[in-house]
Design a binder for this molecule. Structure first.
Ligand SMILES: NC(=O)c1ccc[n+]([C@@H]2O[C@H](COP(=O)([O-])OP(=O)(O)OC[C@H]3O[C@@H](n4cnc5c(N)ncnc54)[C@H](O)[C@@H]3O)[C@@H](O)[C@H]2O)c1
Length: 314
């Protein structure tokens, strides 16, 4: 099978590429390395024989991609990171809009199955728990998080339009926090950041009192879910994918200290105004496909820590 993964050099993309290559698929990844690093994946590219096309999706589809025919296209390209919400705000919006349109046109031409990596951020600061896929969310279109939140919402709207108007076989996955091996060294999301500091015996920073609760899914479970959703045929176009096991950020920091055998202390700082209190996925749709997470947080953190120790990469 011929697979294309946009944003394939990033954390989720490279793990997805490895899992396909392991099963004998031919995998191309398209990335401009805006939130990932080429150095970090060089060995992986060779080991798994992945075809890298270095390009910015917003500038069009390179000839090298057009010359191939893909059965499945996974569209993951999007700058990520709360710390990038202002610095890469324009790139977030433009990639979600123009980048998504460019890759949708390719999927339409090639009649490829298509999957968009959307985000739980489409729910904004939710007023309903858990969030079902039918919940339309609570997002401020001018808020500080809007380049990412509204970018993903617009990308979802584009995919939906291509399905309705052009008969595209497209799926949307709203990903909730995911973690695991191959996260980038500069990834400032909570788990990689806590791991980085804890393993270096530096103080861990926890915002507020650390009582805000979050859920975390291990990457292998996410990938199993993404593939099931891409191949599903039950007429449902949009799926939440995440974990229902929530944990406070303080408890998470304490677990990480324990599992890394760290000498670090925990320091408390102010919480940013735009930080959401909590989110919780309603997972009935993906459970109905037969999906179940199989790696609990302790096991997933242990696997991630071992991977970092063996590869000196986050
Ligand atoms: N990791 C999570 O917990 C999580 C949660 C919700 C949604 N998602 C979504 O899943 C996808 C993958 O996330 P990730 O965690 O691997 O993030 P990541 O930042 O590691 O990967 C995103 C990749 O997209 C690439 N990219 C960005 N703009 C591009 C462009 N214009 N052209 C080509 N490449 C471009 C980046 O360089 C990067 O390699 C993203 O769309 C993200 O929004 C991830």
């Amino acid at each position: 099978m011929n697979i294309l993964i946009t944003g394939g050099a990033g954390f989720i993309g490279i793990n997805l590429a490895i899992s396909f290559a392991d099963k004998g698929a031919t995998v191309s990844i398209l990335d401009n390395f805006i939130t990932s690093s080429k150095n970090r994946i060089t060995k992986i590219l060779t080991r798994y024989n992945l075809n890298l096309i270095e390009a910015d999706l917003t500038l069009g589809i390179p000839d090298e991609i057009r010359e191939k025919t893909f059965e499945q296209i996974y569209h993951l390209a999007c700058p990520t990171g709360v710390n990038n919400l202002i610095r890469l705000s324009e790139e977030m919006l433009v990639t979600c809009a123009i980048g998504t349109k460019n890759i949708l046109d390719l999927a339409k031409e090639q009649k490829a199955k298509f999957l968009l990596a959307s985000s739980s951020e489409v729910y904004g600061d939710p007023e309903i728990f858990p969030q079902k896929e039918t919940y339309s969310g609570n997002v401020d279109c001018r808020g500080i998080r809007s380049p990412y939140e509204e970018g993903k919402r617009f990308a979802e709207s584009l995919v939906t339009m291509y399905c309705r108007k052009y008969g595209l076989d497209g799926k949307i996955v709203r990903i909730f926090n995911t973690y695991g091996p191959n996260m980038s060294e500069s990834d400032n999301r909570v788990i990689p950041k806590l791991l980085r500091f804890s393993m270096a015996n530096l103080p861990l920073t926890v915002e507020g009192k650390g009582l805000q609760r979050r859920t975390f899914l291990y990457i292998d479970d996410l990938i199993t879910g993404i593939k099931l959703i891409m191949n599903s045929d039950n007429g449902i176009p949009v799926f939440n994918l995440g974990s229902e096991q929530d944990i406070s950020i303080l408890e998470l920091a304490q677990s990480i200290l324990y599992l890394t055998n760290s000498l670090s202390t925990i320091e408390f700082t102010d919480r940013p105004d735009h930080d959401h209190k909590a989110r919780m996925p309603d997972l009935k749709n993906v459970y109905n496909l037969g999906w179940q997470p199989s790696v609990n947080l302790k096991e997933g953190l242990t696997r991630t820590i071992n991977h970092i120790k063996n590869n000196s990469s986050y």
